[in-house]
Design a protein around this ligand. Structure first.
Ligand SMILES: [Ca+2]
Length: 332
């Protein structure tokens, strides 16, 4: 019997398992059944040395051979990391490109000379942190990326900027739009639609805050000064924020659109799971309009990390306790 345990191929830089870092994102190649190719976003120590400023993340492709991942090809490397805020989701787009999210790398110092400080990282077009990237599946960078002309090297892969820690990425069937969930600071978690070249505001703006306003969050003494001509054209506020009542954040992890047959009434719905509150949300959508929202699981299974729609139309969820849960209609 084949083991269900897959050996993670050890490259020269070992996986960095700490805090919110590790093997974070997985996507299968559309030809996986034939070629065994898959894409993994993971955290590692630069030069294999566990030193504070050596925290990095990368996206690689592998071939699944038996129960081993082999033939690593590094596609996007040296993305700035920290013990938290590593992002690292990866999805295959309808345009045949790979989209990868990266958090703002927490309090990591900049690794680019002249680019300093916590505030600069997600807004800087020189740093591979606080961004969503778009690359070809062979690691080359499409010349029609929005900042291709004004940047050099791997920064040409930047598709959108101003992200804090986007840990959900999925394309919406029908519209072809890329949606993302993103962790807010201690308030205003976000649901975003990711448009080419847009600035999602962090750390100057938060949630659905409009451009041109200053937001004071009394509890944490934070000020979001969402102003400035540089943001006027490019800023894209969140579509929806989660910031209500006694639970100012829900900690959204991955999301998925329902395309199966088992729950016909949920066709086209957006589902996302949360960590801190352990919830499964369902959003009823009409294209980009949210018509309704319900919570189907509310903490009974602890922190919910990820979800996927199976070919059987059932919904599969992973928990931080290492369980896989399956949701199916009661009538089956
Ligand atoms: Ca934002």
């Amino acid at each position: 019997m084949r083991s269900s345990q897959i050996t993670f191929y050890q490259s020269q830089a070992p996986v960095r398992n700490e805090g919110e870092a590790g093997v974070m994102g997985l996507e299968l190649d559309p030809g996986f059944a034939r070629n065994g190719r898959l894409y993994i976003c993971y955290s590692y120590w630069k030069e294999g040395i566990q030193r504070e400023n050596n925290r990095r993340n990368r996206l690689s492709s592998f071939t699944l051979s038996g129960n081993r991942l082999t033939d690593e090809k590094i596609l996007l490397d040296d993305m700035l990391g920290w013990w938290n805020h590593n992002g690292c989701r990866v999805v295959w787009g309808p345009d045949g490109k790979l989209y990868v999210s990266m958090g703002d790398a927490g309090d990591a110092p900049s690794n680019v000379p002249g680019e300093f400080g916590f505030a600069a990282k997600a807004q800087s077009l020189k740093l591979l942190a606080g961004k969503i990237f778009r690359i070809n599946p062979d690691g080359s960078i499409p010349p029609d990326n929005p900042f291709y002309q004004q940047t050099t090297g791997a920064a040409r892969a930047i598709w959108s900027l101003g992200h804090r820690n986007p840990q959900g990425l999925a394309f919406q069937p029908g519209t072809g739009l890329l949606w993302s969930t993103e962790h807010g600071p201690n308030t205003r978690d976000e649901l975003n639609i990711i448009y080419r070249g847009k600035n999602y505001g962090w750390p100057r703006c938060s949630g659905t805050q409009p451009w041109g306003t200053v937001l004071e969050v009394a509890a944490d003494n934070m000020t979001f000064n969402c102003t400035g001509e540089d943001l006027r054209q490019s800023y894209q506020p969140a579509l929806r924020e989660y910031a209500g009542g006694d639970e100012p954040t829900v900690a959204p992890s991955n999301l998925a659109f329902y395309t199966g047959q088992a729950f016909p009434q949920w066709q086209g719905s957006l589902f996302f799971v949360t960590l801190k509150t352990g919830r499964l949300y369902r959003l009823e959508l009409q294209n980009t309009r949210i018509l309704g929202e319900e919570i189907l699981i509310d903490g009974q299974y602890g922190r919910l990390r990820d979800l996927a729609i199976g070919p059987d139309g059932f919904i599969y969820l992973s928990t931080d306790q290492g369980q896989i849960l399956r949701l199916r209609p009661a009538s089956l």
